[in-house]
Design a protein around this ligand. Structure first.
Ligand SMILES: C[S@@+](CC[C@H](N)C(=O)[O-])C[C@H]1O[C@@H](n2cnc3c(N)ncnc32)[C@H](O)[C@@H]1O
Length: 265
């Protein structure tokens, strides 16, 4: 397992399962958002930074019959996993490529989806949204979805989850990413020349599930490489996770997700 270029989270089966769970139902896809995004039967949809295709498969449910989907990811392992997930589906194509230069035909998509990608692309956020806008047909939509990780809380603050969260913020800033990119989604769409139709945020609460480690743990080696943690921290956090897993009551996790839709004039 190795860290992915542009994506400090190490990818393994646990991370794949986390993304699957996270994509279940595709967060924030309220019916008015689905309609505004043009996620209707027959639609042509691109998913830039598609990961292991969990979201592609959820979107596919919305555009059948007659829909067509393209997923693009920069990481060959993600592409391999995504291709395995969509094997045998004639209406889904997954290619290796960059979210800011996908190679997909310009002006051809009813909806371009960019979910949880911008937070890993410090300095390239606008280039990615500009490219997404260029893929949308006139009247088509760009659907961007991201977090403000500065708003994530663990209550009561609990080792090692709270500390890992703080270090992950340090890591994101150190490598030039914007942990608060979620609140900038409308600006990114407007700068790309799109009419911003919807900007929505939603607070999520839930108890931590014992045994899970989450995205900050998946970024631990990248954090060491970036100098915001060391090997002793990793050993201590591993021990503290085991202690927390054994606790009778798990803390609450609280986060905020954002979605915005821009329409190409
Ligand atoms: C957190 S995962 C999200 C996957 C999927 N969009 C979802 O919501 O489940 C981020 C994905 O974006 C990909 N990625 C990050 N930056 C990228 C870029 N500039 N071009 C293409 N893929 C990128 C990573 O390889 C990874 O698969």
């Amino acid at each position: 397992m190795r860290p992915v270029a542009d994506y400090g989270l190490e990818f393994d089966d646990a991370e794949h399962e986390r993304l699957r769970r996270q994509a279940a139902g595709v967060d924030l896809l309220d019916e008015d958002l689905i309609a505004a995004a043009g996620l209707l039967p027959g639609a042509r949809v691109a998913d830039l930074g598609c990961g292991p295709a969990a979201v592609l498969l959820a979107l596919r449910e919305r555009v059948l019959p007659g829909g067509r989907l393209w997923g693009v990811d920069a990481d060959p392992e993600m592409v391999a996993r995504a291709r395995a997930e969509v094997a045998g589906l004639p209406d889904v194509t997954v290619t290796e490529g960059r979210a800011e230069e996908s190679g997909l035909p310009p002006g051809s998509m009813d909806c371009v989806f960019v979910r949880l990608v911008l937070q890993h692309n410090g300095g390239r956020e606008q280039a990615i949204v500009d490219h997404a806008a260029s893929l949308a047909r006139p009247g088509g939509a760009v659907f961007v979805y991201d977090l403000d990780t500065t708003m994530i809380r663990v209550q009561p603050p609990s080792a090692p989850v709270s500390e890992l969260g703080d270090r992950f913020l340090d890591y994101q800033r150190r490598v030039g990413n914007d942990p608060a990119v979620g609140v900038r989604l409308p600006e990114l769409l407007a700068t790309a020349g799109l009419d911003v139709e919807i900007f929505r945020g939603q607070c999520r609460t839930g108890r931590r599930t014992a045994g899970t480690r989450g995205p900050t743990w998946a970024a631990r080696k990248a954090m060491v490489a970036a100098g915001v943690a060391d090997e002793d921290d990793l050993v201590r956090w591993a021990r503290e996770f085991e202690e927390l897993d054994a606790a009778e009551t798990q803390p609450w996790t609280i986060g905020v997700v954002f979605a915005a839709i821009g329409r190409r004039p």
